[in-house]
Ligand binder design. Sequence first.
Ligand code: CP3
Length: 368
Amino acid sequence: MTQQFALLKNDRLLRALRFEPIDVTPVWMMRQAGRYLPEYKETRAKAGDFLSLCKDTDMATEVTLQPLRRFELDAAILFSDILTIPDAFGLGLYFEEGEGPKFKYTVRTPTDLERLPKIDVNSQLDYVMKAVTNIRKELNGQVPLFGFSGSPWTLATYMVEGGSSREFRHTKEMMYARPQFLHALLAKISDAVVDYLDAQIIAGAQIVQIFDSWGGALGHRQFVEFSHNYNREIIARLKAKHPDVPVVMFTKGGGLWLDIQADSEADCLGLDWTTPLDRARRELNNAQKILTIKHKKLQRQKAIQGNLDPATLYGSPADIKKAVHDMLSDVYVNDKTGYVANFGHGITQWVKPEHAKVFVDSVHEFKL
Ligand code: CP3
């Protein structure tokens, strides 16, 4: 069933992704709804715990909209988490105060793998789709709405380790000692990710972002085999169903692999702060030419998103302004479009909201 929603008033971000002319640079912030906002903490306290907040349609909508009331953001992002998929697989997600996400069960043995059910996203994750539809209605066309998912590799690390990890001991053991097992797990997760993003788009998401937060923990060949190839396939499957819905592929630590990531149907690549944006632009232009020859088909230019270190916001307003100015001066080498300003990773809980406003306003003030 296709939903009827209000016409989009601010399409700056969508235009930039299509390399169309824009008035000013579009901007949003990864983790824009979160603990740096006192109003978020208030709603979160009412909800009790983080998962209850995600599962309550009205409260999830409220926290999604909170940053848009304070800042002139050019996009909203669904308030949820990438770990909803492992949770729907029955692994029992919970959050321990100050320790981050944890799972009751892990996936390490053939029995664990066989036990993973096929996820029916519309029943098991219906709370996510309800939130998407409700947020889209409440936005009333103000800005476009992002849906999102974790990448199979990133989700696999949480499912195998049973929570956050620095070393990825068990996942990497699996990768090098039992690669076929890891491939079987990644294939299962990929199917769930395609269904999940497809359902979010049907529910009202106008763009989707795939978070490959731990792609950068891999060697370059392993990145291709265990992360990129799955992301590429997911994007192709989504594009077959929704050719007009833009996909942003964000690989934290993936700046050295732009040529690899360019070989996908992603519309935009998200970058962390280690990659100079002028270099990213050049690399992607080169990759476009090489891939056009390789595939004997004209490849579209990829937009880029990022990549200020969110810690920049601990500095003074004048310093933030300068950092934004420097970043935007780097990116606009030729075309004055094809770019979405953001951080290179999520905003932290210690940032002053006034400083986030300086970031957003400085992006808009930059003369194209
Ligand atoms: O960007 C947004 O505003 C949308 C909401 C969003 C959250 N998580 C809310 C959240 C998004 C897009 C995510 C993605 C996510 N979640 C990622 C990928 C992006 C990244 O940061 O690399 C990852 C790896 C997770 C897993 C996760 N969820 C962790 C590691 C944690 C704990 C870390 C922390 O900040 O406490 C979460 C919890 C979480 N997800 C919070 C929020 C606002 C904090 C929960 C709280 O209120 O205590």
